[in-house]
Ligand binder design. Structure first.
Ligand code: ARG
Length: 459
């Protein structure tokens, strides 16, 4: 039997497989609230413009509220024959209010309707994402303040480089998430134009008021070009790229937590709340939540990639390919919310093992740069020469099997005769970090100043 929406043109119904590949209701039903919100704004505008009568409009508005109530109460029947959420809402509306329901679709198409619904959903999700990021930033700043003067090895190439403070390390992530929030705000601004009223692709001959619907739905203004309005999925791509970048940031912290919580590092411990045991090895405490945060970044990057590939090369205007925008976006949003919340939980939960961090700075000649800087400052050596002299001292210490401060002054003087006792004052990790007071540097005093600054920026 032919479709009830376009049965005029069609004599027969679709093949079973056509129905299956075509239906999006399984996933787009979560857009019901946005769909009804958009329809109500459209209906009100049609009434105000006298495109539909006040009576029909009132019946439609009331009926839409009833449909929403039914969906929320869980007594709504979904049917793949009705394809998507838009047709489900309209079909049920017709059952409730009769033929007047058919007037709602005046001057509208599912093409501008779905673009509007999806934008509303992505916009809400961006706002939730911002709140979640705020929570993570708060956790990081709190940890940073508590451990502003805890010293650990800073790495480059995962080789001991220079000592840093744990607070400084936490604030590094704070900065990444600040940029993510900036990107979100920026993308939200571009998203915030209303496609409703673009109709199928060319606009409409009815005297609609697009500014009214844009305002009713809290958009900054209507979109300027009807073809672009129904073809644009940039907003979803931008959302996914912010999520992918941000999840990549989380994955780096997750990786560090995995490394840090190993027995070999033992820099941090996670409690029972964020670890799991092994079914065979009784001693195990595995950082599964961190590993899953690391992994879900892959999934979110995949969603971005998948939508980019779907959109690439599509001719204007709407093509059904674009229905594939939703599953990837919904899945990525769900994964992202899990990742940010789990990471906030882990940052709160994490116990910092200051003694193990400090102990591990003993390896790797970690204050060699401080020694070179001393040669520059006190002996007025050009830095390149100081680098060379320090390199020789490191080689000497390595041969002797000690750290730099294990060399005697006499041994040092065999390499550079002008070195004095004063050099030992710069070889401790405490003096090293305390000296790095340049803006944004790792000194505890800088970290505490940056904590204050960070708190203000969370807003
Ligand atoms: N379910 C469709 C989607 O999500 C709605 C738009 C359908 N438009 C059309 N011309 N068939 O993209």
């Amino acid at each position: 039997q032919a479709n009830s929406m376009w049965g005029g043109r069609f004599a027969a119904g679709p093949a079973e497989i056509m129905e299956q590949i075509n239906a999006s209701i399984d996933f787009d039903k979560i857009l019901y609230a946005q769909d009804i919100q958009g329809s109500k704004a459209h209906c009100q505008m049609l009434m105000d413009q006298k495109i539909i009568s006040g009576d029909d409009g009132a019946a439609i508005l009331k009926g839409l509220d009833q449909v929403k109530g039914e969906i929320e109460a869980g007594n709504f029947t979904y049917d793949a024959k009705l394809e998507d959420i838009h047709m489900h809402v309209e079909t049920r509306l017709k059952e409730i209010i009769g033929d007047a329901a058919g007037r709602l679709h005046t001057a509208r198409s599912r093409n501008d309707q779905v673009a509007t619904d999806f934008k509303l959903w992505v916009r809400d999700t961006m706002d939730q994402m911002d709140q979640a990021l705020k929570m993570l930033q708060t956790a990081l700043v709190t940890k940073a303040e508590q451990h502003a003067d805890v010293i650990l090895p800073g790495f480059t190439h995962l080789q001991s480089a220079q000592p840093v403070t744990f607070g400084h390390h936490m604030l590094a992530y704070f900065e990444m998430f600040t940029r993510d929030r900036d990107r979100l705000r920026d993308a939200r601004g571009r998203l915030n134009e209303c496609p409703l009223g673009a109709a199928a692709l060319a606009g409409t001959s009815f005297p609609i008021d697009r500014t009214q619907t844009a305002e009713a739905l809290n958009f900054r203004k209507p979109t300027a070009n009807s073809l672009d309005s129904v073809s644009d999925r940039d907003f979803a791509l931008e959302f996914l790229s912010v999520a992918a970048i941000s999840a990549t940031h989380v994955s780096r912290l997750a990786e560090e937590i995995v490394i840090w919580s190993s027995a070999q590092f033992n820099f941090v411990s996670l409690s029972d709340q964020f670890t799991t045991g092994s079914s065979i090895m009784p001693q195990k405490r595995n950082p599964d939540a961190a590993e899953l945060c690391r992994a879900k970044a892959g999934r979110i990057i995949g969603a971005l990639n998948s939508l980019l590939v779907v959109m690439k090369g599509l001719p204007l205007a709407y093509s059904k390919d674009m229905q594939e925008d939703k599953e990837a976006t919904f899945d990525a949003a769900r994964a992202y919310a899990l990742v940010i919340t789990a990471m906030s939980g882990m940052v709160d939960d994490m116990t910092v093992n200051a003694a193990a961090m400090k102990a591990s700075t003993a390896a790797g000649f970690i204050t060699a740069t401080d020694l070179a800087d001393w040669l520059v400052r006190v002996l007025d050596m050009p830095f390149r020469n100081a680098h060379h002299v320090t390199g020789s001292l490191v080689a000497l210490a390595e041969k002797k099997g000690c750290d730099l401060d294990g060399l005697t002054l006499a041994e040092m003087q065999t390499v550079e005769s002008r070195i004095t006792d004063d050099v030992f004052s710069v070889l401790t990790v405490e003096s090293s970090v305390a000296s790095r007071v340049s803006y944004g540097g790792t000194a505890p005093s800088q970290v505490l100043a940056q904590v204050e600054n960070a708190r203000r920026r969370i807003e």
